[in-house]
Structures are given as structure tokens and as C-alpha cells.
Design a binder for this molecule. Structure first.
Ligand SMILES: [Zn+2]
Length: 161
């Protein structure tokens, strides 16, 4: 004999003895078990597998939803690697360019937008030979190059950025 705690559809709980679990299952299937309180034949075991299974299923729903939602938002390892490179490379480039800029500023005279004029004067000996830096337009730069005046261009990036 085994004692089962049963519960009907209305929530009444009661204990009932059965010869064995198979007897209970057979009686339960045939709705032969009536609620001890209200007589309802919709009775199930109040403890053990059915309830635990239901709880487990309920708990599993958010657990399965969350990781997939996260995966949709979080970048893949490949994307993260590319993003890391994109962050890394410009920084190194920026530092290199800042070094060049510092060298130029230390050793050359800033002539601002008079760069093309000054470069020409230096080239033709009208001005002291020295290093200068400044800004010029594409047209002027082309003209200087055609005249055989040596100069270089570099991306003038802002400091402290
Ligand atoms: Zn009942």
C-alpha cells in the first residue's frame, strides 16, 4: 500500500491509499478517484513529478529566452576582434602622426597659409633655407610639385584627441 497526497481541480488536498502506483494510475485514468472534499473526479497527485515538472518548465522558459536574446545583441568573437582592431589601429596611427607633428613643430617654422609662398621663396633662394610647415591648397601643392619644390604632406591631426 502507498499513500498519495492528491489534489482536485479546485485545489482540495487529501491523502488516499492505493494498493500500488499502478493501481493509482489506473484509477486516475478512469476518473475513479473522487475528491474527498467536493467529490470532483479531476484529481491528480499533489506532490512529486507533475508539479516539479511544471515548475521546471516554467523556470526553463526565461532561461532559454535570455541567452538567445543576449546572443542577438552581443557581437560574435569575430566582430569583437575586428572592433578591437579598429579601435587599436587608429590609435597607433594617431600616436605616430602626433610624433611627426611634434617633430615638425619643433624643427620647422610655422608659416600658416603662406606655406606655398614661403616654400617657393626658399626654393628660389629668396628666403633662408629652413624647414617650414603650414597649410596649403591642393592646387598650390600641385603647382609646388610641378616646380620641383620638395615638400611632404601629412594628416594634421588635432592634439589631445
Ligand atoms: Zn475537491
Amino acid at each position: 500500500m502507498i499513500l498519495y497526497r492528491l489534489r482536485c481541480a479546485k485545489g482540495h488536498e487529501f491523502d488516499s491509499w492505493f494498493k500500488d502506483s499502478k493501481t493509482y494510475e489506473r484509477q486516475e485514468k478512469k476518473s475513479l478517484i473522487g475528491c474527498a472534499v467536493c467529490g470532483s473526479d479531476k484529481v491528480e497527485r499533489a506532490l512529486m513529478a507533475p508539479r516539479i515538472g511544471k515548475k521546471g518548465k516554467d523556470a526553463a522558459v526565461p532561461a532559454t529566452v535570455e541567452p538567445s536574446a543576449e546572443a542577438a545583441v552581443a557581437p560574435s568573437p569575430e566582430q569583437q576582434q575586428i572592433a578591437a582592431l579598429a579601435r587599436h589601429m587608429p590609435k597607433e596611427l594617431r600616436e605616430a602622426l602626433l610624433k611627426v607633428r611634434a617633430e615638425v613643430e619643433k624643427n620647422c617654422e610655422h608659416v600658416g597659409d603662406r606655406f606655398a609662398d614661403e616654400a617657393r621663396k626658399i626654393h628660389y633662394g629668396e628666403s633662408d633655407k629652413r624647414g617650414i610647415y603650414g597649410e596649403t591648397t591642393d592646387e598650390e601643392a600641385e603647382a609646388l610639385a610641378e616646380e620641383g619644390i620638395e615638400f611632404g604632406r601629412l594628416p594634421w591631426i588635432p592634439r589631445g584627441n
